[in-house]
Ligand binder design. Structure first.
Ligand SMILES: NC(=O)c1ccc[n+]([C@@H]2O[C@H](COP(=O)([O-])OP(=O)(O)OC[C@H]3O[C@@H](n4cnc5c(N)ncnc54)[C@H](O)[C@@H]3O)[C@@H](O)[C@H]2O)c1
Ligand SMILES: [Zn+2]
Ligand SMILES: [Zn+2]
Length: 393
């Protein structure tokens, strides 16, 4: 089959690789019809590169048609249309029963000390082959695939794999009081969807921050108020102006490690590109060289006693956090990979009834899998108005 594979920093290629096969009696093989490129994939071709292995298959936002089922699979059958969550979660362990699917105890990676395995997401998360490919092997066929109805385009459902539950969790974790104010940092696919979910859930004032004109314009078109700079001072000032000088009730950081505005960290990351991976793995897990600009802005902008909800992905361990300021401002923080199945029952009915979140027009680019290399480059450089790309094998 053809698949998007990793070959080094900034280097993904479309190659022919062996077809996946049923390995366990509960596996299913899905023929992929649409597969998103995510901001998390950008971490893999930059800061998380030391944890990648040449030839790894990328992708964790796939959907398609079941083509083969293991002998113990009863929940789906050949021909069913399914979306695959980015968490590889069993659905039956203690964590899954708690709704903490990204901490699944069956697929937790104890040797690397990380949570549930993720499709297409480094050896820290199980090195599971990803879904930017023609076919995908999916374990836990009775509990993991999300069955979706026929008759509507892929666009309607594909974001159940990641973008929708991630945004839903971020907004729920933000716990904005009725008639409150939410500030969303970053208007990439995740931040943009956060603003839509927040409005859908009735949050009165939703503000979005980014510096990319098309992304700001997209958010404004759907009623989000925008701040068109990522400079901390200006963002904080604008957010306070909008809230009687107090600051928003909650801030979602939908930026993560690719933040603009930390020149030191950025230089450290570039330097890291020149070091051998074995050394860099240590440096990344022990020392941490994140770009903390967005998180710092979130901590500064949020009102006293407010909540910071982190969906942007961070790595590293010893980044200086302004602990005294966090304590003094009495800030609550919630974060983590999205627990996809936790939110599916809330989201799926909204998608079948209509399109209040605007998912049908959410993708800016739908391209053949063969053009993935260019699509990655455009998404990374935010060229050609690229916000969300769906690869279509
Ligand atoms: N928690 C989860 O389960 C989960 C799931 C999916 C994605 N993510 C993470 O969410 C983050 C966003 O993903 P995406 O697909 O939207 O990616 P993206 O890279 O397209 O979006 C990030 C946006 O942030 C903007 N930005 C950069 N620096 C900023 C700053 N200092 N202040 C405000 N905005 C700034 C960029 O211009 C860009 O538009 C990534 O870190 C990704 O890994 C997390
Ligand atoms: Zn993703
Ligand atoms: Zn589990």
């Amino acid at each position: 089959m053809r698949a998007v594979t990793w070959h080094g920093r900034g280097d993904v290629r479309v190659e022919t690789v062996p077809d996946p096969t049923i390995q366990d009696p509960t596996d299913v093989i899905v023929e992929i019809t649409s597969s998103g490129i995510c901001g998390s994939d950008l971490h893999l071709i930059e800061v998380l590169a030391p944890f990648m292995t040449e030839g790894d298959i990328m992708g964790h936002e796939p959907m398609g048609i079941v083509r083969e089922v293991g002998r113990e699979v009863t929940a789906v059958k050949v021909g069913d249309r399914v979306v695959i969550p980015f968490n590889v979660s069993c659905g039956t362990c203690w964590m899954c029963a708690e709704g903490l699917f990204s901490q699944c105890e069956t697929t937790q990676n104890r040797s690397s000390g990380t949570g549930a395995s993720l499709f297409g997401y480094t050896k820290l998360y199980g090195q599971v082959p990803g879904g930017q490919a023609e076919y995908l092997r999916v374990p836990f066929g009775n509990t993991l695939p999300i069955k979706v109805p026929d008759g509507l385009p892929d666009d309607r459902f594909v974001y159940l794999s990641d973008v929708l539950p991630t945004a839903w969790q971020a907004v729920r974790y933000a716990a904005v009081p009725p008639s409150g104010t939410l500030l969303v940092l970053g208007l990439g696919p995740i931040g943009d969807m956060c603003t839509r979910v927040a409005q859908h859930l009735g949050i009165e004032q939703v503000w979005g921050v980014d510096s990319v004109p098309e992304r700001l314009e997209r958010a404004r078109r759907r009623g989000t108020r925008t701040i068109g700079t990522t400079k901390q001072k200006e963002v904080v000032a604008a957010a306070r102006d909008a809230t009687d000088g107090r600051g928003p009730d909650a801030v979602i950081d939908a930026v993560g490690m690719e933040a603009h505005g930390s020149p030191f960290a950025s230089a450290a990351q570039k330097a890291s590109a020149l070091m051998p991976d074995a050394i860099m793995e240590k440096v990344m897990t022990v020392a941490g060289i994140d770009r903390m600009a967005a998180l710092n802005t979130a901590l500064e902008a949020v009102r006293r006693g407010g909540t910071v909800s982190l969906s942007g992905v961070y790595g590293g361990a010893t980044d200086p956090l302004p602990l005294m300021r966090m304590f003094d401002k009495q800030i609550q923080i919630r974060m983590g990979q999205a627990n996809v199945w936790r939110w599916v029952p809330d989201i799926l009915p909204i998608l079948t009834e209509g399109d209040p979140l605007g998912v049908d027009e959410f993708a800016t680019h739908r391209v053949p899998l063969e053009e993935a290399r260019q699509a990655y480059a455009d998404f990374r450089q935010k060229k050609d108005g690229t916000v969300k790309v769906l690869l279509q094998p």
